[in-house]
Design a protein around this ligand. Sequence first.
Ligand code: SAM
Length: 355
Amino acid sequence: MPDPENHPRPFEAGSNDRRGSGRDVLIDPFGRRIDYLRLSVIDACNYRCVYCVPECGIAPTPAQGRLSAAELVRVARVFAGLGVGRIRLTGGEPLVRRDLVDIAARIAALDGVRDLSMSTNGHRLGQQAKALRAAGIGRVNVSLDSLDAERFATITRGGRLDSVLDGIEAARAAGMAPIKINMVVMAGENDDELEAMLDFTRADELELRFIEAMPVGDAGETAATRRIDAAAILERVRVWGGGDLIPATTSCGGGPARMFRFPGGRGTVGVISAVSRHFCATCNRVRVTAEGDLLLCLGHEGAVSLREPMREGAGDAELAAIVRGAVARKPWGHEFDHAGAAHGVSPNQMLRTGG
Ligand code: SAM
């Protein structure tokens, strides 16, 4: 259950406001400004990470059910018109989508979009980083759960570590910055590699984020039973650094990670404690799936289709009204079960929601 002290009462229909900018902005019923969209471009992935997807996989949406490039750009335009200036392309694996560069260029060129980024497993980044940077993707988050090639292949069910490392280098060479490295920490899988990952990222101005495995989707039970709490992770970081953790004030993108500076190094390290110390009070985001479902919270199933009205001829103003109406019903937060019991697992699939 949500912590009642940390769970304010919603106020009256506070979904649409103009905060002195002359532009519409999205404010949810708890007064949170929504200015960040995670836009999934595809629900297929070339990896099947053990904490994200069950072994048998998840059936992808038939192609006609997925938003076209034009529809994705339209969704981004409607959100940008509502003051959502930061957009992250995600998936599935966005690099699996063939028209990604075109989609990125068109979204980056939209009025009101001031920060376009992407989450990727990095497998195909080596070939595409330069074109994506030119298209307007300024920064990337790369998932990297192990520095051991064999173990990496096991966790990702077939992934190639060398391809991902090449991808990180290509992103750097293309001028993407910052490059954030996301490691989902799992007991008995990769938790002995925290220090190796810190060594790897410290030298290179990479922004490392350790992520608590979240109980989401068909692999949620696996994730829940292997989760290591952020507090334990941070203690390991402190010991590794040989001193106190120094909070880092800025992290480009203003995400949910609690960030710290590397002692004596150039990069930063952070934790995303979505389960043990959630950050719902400062939630600033919504998600749109590759099928055009607007999802208001990772932990809640209720979604509002944008695809159907778009395909039935709705104009941008109508779509904006649908978005406003949905944001006016954004739940306070998730109710991930800290103990990881089955009933605490969110029915959403990470592969569809984009993380
Ligand atoms: N394929 C892209 C990638 O690897 O970043 C984008 C999609 S992926 C679903 C986005 C992020 O969600 C990744 O960093 C992944 O590690 C994370 N993720 C997936 N399942 C998770 C879980 N159960 N708990 C925590 N993070 C998870």
